[in-house]
Design a protein around this ligand. Structure first.
Ligand code: MG
Length: 169
């Protein structure tokens, strides 16, 4: 019998630059600097997406959504996450839980956590209790500490299921 649980790891980094909106966890956060990238550069969602893909052994974000492809320019990463989860469901897995740590010197993310959980839960047809969002600084050390960029680490647990809701067919 195949083991019914699958774990995946995701990691991503984006550079902070002036003149870009800061989009994290699917929501816009007031900030003088934002994350640079081809899409909305939502580093949290990218790490979650890679964790889901890894758990289902479906490759990585870059292979599914290459940043050389103009159709993904400026795209909300939530749409990528929805597409990824549809692939996961088609392979016969469903979400157990997600846990993410965002590494950023600023801004403080605690005031936005509940809103992010709600937005991500909606994109993944999940409950907020399945999505944990944590944040840490690096005490001023490294690129995150110098506010040059934000990193995110995520793990996903999937389980095998025979249920295929209408929306994923
Ligand atoms: Mg990325």
């Amino acid at each position: 019998m195949t083991f019914p649980y699958r774990i995946g790891l995701g990691y991503d980094v984006h550079r902070l630059v002036p003149g870009r909106p800061l989009v994290l966890g699917g929501i816009s956060i007031p900030s003088p600097v934002g994350l640079d990238g081809h899409s909305d550069a939502d580093v949290l969602v990218h790490a979650l997406g890679d964790a889901l893909l890894g758990a289902a052994n479906l490759g990585d974000l870059g292979s599914h959504f290459p940043d050389s492809d103009p159709q993904y320019k400026g795209l909300s990463s939530l749409r990528l996450l929805e597409n990824i989860y549809a692939l996961v469901r088609k392979k016969g897995f469903a979400l157990g839980n997600l846990d993410v740590t965002v590494v950023a010197q600023a801004p403080k993310l605690a005031p936005y956590r509940t809103h992010m959980q709600a937005v991500l839960a909606s994109a993944l047809h999940a409950s907020q209790d399945q999505i944990s969002i944590k944040a840490t600084t690096t005490e001023g050390l490294g690129f995150a500490g110098r506010r040059e960029g934000i990193a995110a680490y995520a793990v996903a647990l999937l389980f095998k299921t025979d249920e295929f809701p209408e929306s994923f067919q």
